[in-house]
Design a protein around this ligand. Structure first.
Ligand SMILES: Cc1cc2nc3c(=O)[nH]c(=O)nc-3n(C[C@H](O)[C@H](O)[C@H](O)COP(=O)(O)O)c2cc1C
Length: 225
């Protein structure tokens, strides 16, 4: 490694918690690589390396790139992946760990088509490879929040497996409950259709409000830098 004092050399040091003993603070370096000095014309390299660092967090990467997918290939999703998505719902956290939910995995094509006909805002459920119907205990406080979190878990896990999905509906799905024999003590929150995306998706191209418009530091309205 050459002398970095001139500020002209790219110095990449491996960061380690061993450099800063004691409990982590905001100043504690995180594991990974840190660029200390870099030539101005190497900025592209720095961006490239930063992208690499961000992508090293697969959870964030899934969240950053996931999009609502409404068209699916006519292709089955492997059973182990279907199982993993159901597990993602099952393993989600809930208030007081009550787990006030039930997930019905629907693979039967005729049933998927009937579900599509019942979903005013999601008729494309009919063309999915399978769907997971998310029901929650209607008398359990916070059950909607719990079932929402489980839904997000399943959508993100699916994306990690290259499977697209979306959230359709929001309650008021009594006919779906009847169709699937879901007991009266539950309401259906949403139907989540899954399948391999029919078209290439622009990963990460999201239409969102500006970050600064929805995130503050310390006090509402104070910019987060
Ligand atoms: C609670 C909730 C309900 C939604 N309901 C529907 C729906 O009924 N039909 C639909 O096509 N999309 C629905 N969506 C998907 C959103 O329209 C979509 O996520 C949003 O437009 C942003 O698009 P993106 O996820 O591709 O960035 C819903 C999303 C959420 C979080």
């Amino acid at each position: 490694m050459r002398d970095p004092a001139h500020g002209q050399y790219l110095v990449i040091r491996e960061r380690s918690h061993s450099l800063s003993p004691g409990p982590p603070t905001s100043a504690t370096p995180r594991p990974g690589y840190h660029i200390r000095h870099i030539r101005p014309h190497c900025r592209a390299l720095r961006i490239f390396l930063n992208v690499g660092r961000i992508m090293a967090n697969p959870v964030f990467e899934a969240l950053r790139t996931v999009l609502a997918i409404r068209e699916y290939q006519d292709r089955d999703v492997p059973e182990d992946v279907v199982r993993r998505l159901a597990e993602s719902g099952h393993l989600s956290a809930s208030a007081g760990n009550r787990q006030p939910w039930h997930f019905v995995v629907v693979r039967d094509r005729a049933t998927l088509q009937r579900l599509g006909s019942l979903m005013r805002t999601g008729p494309y459920v009919a063309g999915s490879a399978f769907a997971i119907v998310v029901a929650y205990e209607r008398d359990t406080v916070l059950a909607v929040s719990d079932a929402s979190r489980a839904s997000q878990s399943m959508i993100l896990t699916a994306w990690g497996d290259g499977v697209g999905s979306n959230w359709t509906g929001f309650g008021g799905l009594a006919e779906v409950a009847t169709e699937l024999g879901i007991p009266d003590s539950y309401d259906v929150l949403a139907v989540l259709p899954f399948g391999y995306p029919a078209r290439r998706v622009g990963k990460g191209r999201k239409n969102r409000k500006p970050f600064g418009g929805v995130v503050s530091a310390e006090r509402f309205g104070q910019p987060f830098n």
